[in-house]
Ligand binder design. Structure first.
Ligand SMILES: CC(=O)SCCNC(=O)CCNC(=O)[C@H](O)C(C)(C)COP(=O)(O)OP(=O)(O)OC[C@H]1O[C@@H](n2cnc3c(N)ncnc32)[C@H](O)[C@@H]1OP(=O)(O)O
Length: 394
């Protein structure tokens, strides 16, 4: 008999060991403190088989940038089930608890990075953002088509960085949805920790600041610069930052493993062969825990009205038909009218930030159009000027 209940804070270390077991990882000493901090900050859901912790899930209360608003968000992480207990419905039970907790706390969305794409669609999560992994060949000067903003750059120490660069990041979130609101502690522990698990052998983070942008990067003695975060308020500032990163002595490549799909860098390069797209991958999995609240909260690019029929196997309160009115004063109410579009909660989450097109999902057969052209109209209402982008590690 499996019992779902809170994992006490005192067992945070046990959760880190548990994650090491299911992810086949050894957590090094330097990373332990950061992991313990994340787990303590989270709502910790455990699945107990008697006294044995058989499954775990952590949900960190955060705020997610969506078009025109910031929504309470359960950032889900640390998900695992013991190999001796897999495929008995333990994950399903933990997700149900996470959903119930999010509803009770009034958080309309949940988000996660998935270890495998096949897991979370069944729970109403949809792939809402993609990301590019870019690399600059910086063994020669980076030629740019964009004239860099020549104002001076300066390096700031990591202790004072959040105060300097935090406001720029916050402004970016208002322009480009998909990221998490970062408080001081998030900056210190999550963005600027001295070591990064994903990048063993790299230095501690450096923060370079321009009057209209910043970059967080680490370097490696194998002559690599690795960019963890780069935000610019103008293309000219962005050009200045990339030129700086590509010109650091004793380095010859710049890796930027997580950039937005509409990143300017590949288009800025005078020689397109100097910037290579190394990867294009699914990033943020989003869940609309409260569909009407999420639809009312975001801003819309066009005035229109739709009847959406939503299928939600795990949160029945979201299911059924909704009359969505988009525009300056959005509304979302129950209706019995015939649907313009029929779609799963997972596909609704996938299109919600404007990063996936409803037309594409209709063409693959995932979204059904009751009214011809409704998917294209919904895309026009969902449209965002900048592609959604998630660059937080949780
Ligand atoms: C946000 C994050 O932390 S992502 C990290 C997720 N964790 C991992 O990948 C660690 C290693 N894996 C595990 O710990 C476990 O296998 C988990 C957590 C992925 C799944 O836990 P389980 O308790 O086995 O899942 P559960 O039994 O509830 O499965 C429910 C359904 O999902 C399916 N499912 C579960 N995991 C997978 C998977 N990896 N691939 C495909 N289907 C899956 C099951 O087959 C089942 O389908 P069914 O309802 O049609 O029978």
């Amino acid at each position: 008999m499996i019992e779902i209940r809170e994992i006490p804070e005192a067992d945070a270390d046990r959760m880190i060991d548990f994650a090491g077991l299911v992810f086949h990882e050894r957590v090094e000493e330097g990373d332990h403190e950061r992991e313990a901090w994340l787990v303590r900050r989270a709502e910790r859901i455990g699945a107990y088989d008697g006294r044995v912790l058989a499954g775990q899930l952590a949900a960190v209360p955060m705020r997610l940038a969506v078009p025109g608003a910031f929504l309470g968000c359960s950032a889900v992480t640390y998900v695992g089930v013991l190999p001796t207990h897999r495929r008995r419905g333990i994950l399903t039970a933990m997700i149900d608890r996470m959903h119930a907790d999010a509803v009770a706390a009034g958080r309309p969305v949940a988000a996660l990075w998935a270890s495998q794409g096949a897991i979370y669609g069944r729970y109403g999560f949809g792939l809402a953002t993609r990301a590019l992994s870019l690399e600059i060949d910086s063994s020669r000067p980076l030629g740019l088509r964009t004239v860099p903003d020549e104002r001076p750059l300066r390096l700031v120490d990591t202790a004072s960085a959040p105060e300097v660069v935090g406001p720029m990041h916050a402004r970016m979130l208002s322009a480009r949805p998909g990221g998490l609101v970062r408080d001081r502690e998030w900056w210190a522990r999550s963005i600027l920790p001295s070591t990064e698990r994903e990048a063993p052998g790299f230095t501690e983070p450096r923060v370079v600041v321009h009057p209209a942008g910043y970059a967080v990067y680490r370097t490696h003695e194998d002559e690599t610069v690795r960019v963890a975060d780069l935000v610019a308020e103008t293309p000219a500032a962005e050009a200045a930052l990339w030129r700086f990163l590509a010109s650091i002595d004793l380095t010859r490549r710049v890796q930027a493993p997580n950039r937005p799909v509409d990143d300017l860098l590949p288009h800025m390069a005078a020689d397109p062969d100097q910037v290579t797209v190394k990867g294009d991958y699914g990033a943020l999995w989003l869940r609309l825990v409260d569909v009407p609240a999420a639809l009312r909260a975001r801003s819309w690019a066009a005035e229109d009205a739709f009847v959406l029929e939503v299928h939600d196997g795990r949160l029945p309160a979201n299911g059924g038909r909704w009359r969505l009115t988009t525009g300056a004063a959005p509304s979302c109410e129950r209706t019995d009218e015939p649907p313009d579009l029929t779609l799963s909660a997972s596909d609704l989450a996938a299109v919600y930030l404007g990063g996936t097109r409803a037309v594409t999902l209709a063409r693959v057969g995932a979204v059904a159009e009751g009214a011809p052209g409704a998917a294209a109209r919904l895309d026009a209402a969902l449209a965002v000027p900048l592609a959604p982008y998630m660059n937080d590690d949780f």
